[in-house]
Design a protein around this ligand. Structure first.
Ligand code: SIN
Length: 298
């Protein structure tokens, strides 16, 4: 029997009473799945799991989607994306160094964007007893519900374009600016033409219905949205700025303070997230991420 304790106002719960390294029967899995979709972000504390066990548990929610950044996949486990600031002896990053710089939901640029992600904390950076590198979440469903009715009506027919190429260009500009200020040493792999071809832009409704819960949420984010279709540029920019600011306002946020051994799962339809880069080597952060494929937004 699992126990579920709410830890955030609009999203976030801790699930206890489960050891994810052990087989989970169908009844217990159904309880976990319900708690997950009800709470949008859940954490299982003090887990000691292998990459294979993370893959086995998270693939019960659906098909795992290997990330386009194939250099950052875990050797022997292509479904796992390594998220880390660690570099090898030859200076090569062992994983994605700055995943989550902007508010986003994972793989929102895909025709079938990710349903959910799970991030397992292998190493967390600690300074003077304080864990750094929080991950912040914002509930897009609570943000949608809080909009005035006339804004909900205005958004109903609108669609926006999610673009990985747009994100990479934006990320690259931010990286260069940081390097010039001496604030970061992050270097990213260039994507090859053939990798880019696997992630064409895709268009989706701004108001999206959750395929499991039926709740409506706002599917637009500062990391991946390149434009709103059919609106004059100025009006589209103003609306994007308003919506992205509204979704990520403190009211709708849950901030996750990590512990080593956390397996944190989030619903990519119901929340957006953003990483906090307040640590640098020699403080090390090592996370393993699995991502479950979703369905076309409607
Ligand atoms: C991500 O955006 O998937 C990574 C979040 C984090 O490292 O905190």
């Amino acid at each position: 029997m699992i126990t579920v304790n709410r830890i955030g106002k609009h999203c976030g719960a801790e699930i206890s009473g489960i050891d994810l390294s052990q087989p989970i029967d169908d009844d217990t899995f159904a309880q976990i799945s319900k708690a997950f979709f009800d709470n949008e972000v859940v954490v299982f504390r003090d887990q000691d799991i292998t990459p294979g066990q993370q893959v086995a548990f998270t693939s019960r929610f659906g098909t795992l989607e290997p990330h386009v950044r194939k250099e950052s996949r875990l050797s022997g486990h292509p479904e796992i994306l390594v998220v880390s600031n660690i570099v090898g002896d030859d200076g090569t990053p062992i994983g994605a160094q700055d995943a989550g710089r902007f508010w986003h939901s994972d793989q929102s640029y895909k025709r079938e964007p990710s349903l959910l992600s799970a991030l397992y904390a292998v190493e967390v950076p600690v300074q003077n007893g304080k864990v750094l590198g929080d991950t912040e979440f914002a509930s897009t469903t609570a943000a949608h519900d809080a909009l005035p009715e006339d804004m909900k009506r205005r958004l109903q027919p609108l669609r926006n374009v999610h673009s990985y190429v747009h994100y990479r260009a934006k990320n690259r500009r931010a990286q260069l600016a940081e390097r010039e200020r001496g604030a970061s040493e992050v270097t990213e792999y260039e994507l090859s033409e053939s990798q880019i071809q696997t992630v064409p832009d895709s268009e989706a409704p701004i108001v999206r219905t959750h395929p499991v819960t039926g709740r409506k949420g706002l599917f637009i984010n500062e990391g991946h949205t390149s434009r709103i279709t059919g609106l004059p540029r100025d009006e589209a920019e103003r609306l994007m700025t308003f919506l992205c600011g509204h979704i990520t306002s403190p009211e709708f946020r849950y901030v996750h303070r990590w512990r080593r051994g956390d397996l944190l799962m989030w619903d990519n339809v119901a929340v957006q997230h953003k990483a906090t880069f307040d640590y640098r080597l020699p403080l090390r952060r090592l996370m393993y991420r699995t991502t479950v494929r979703g369905t076309a937004p409607f």
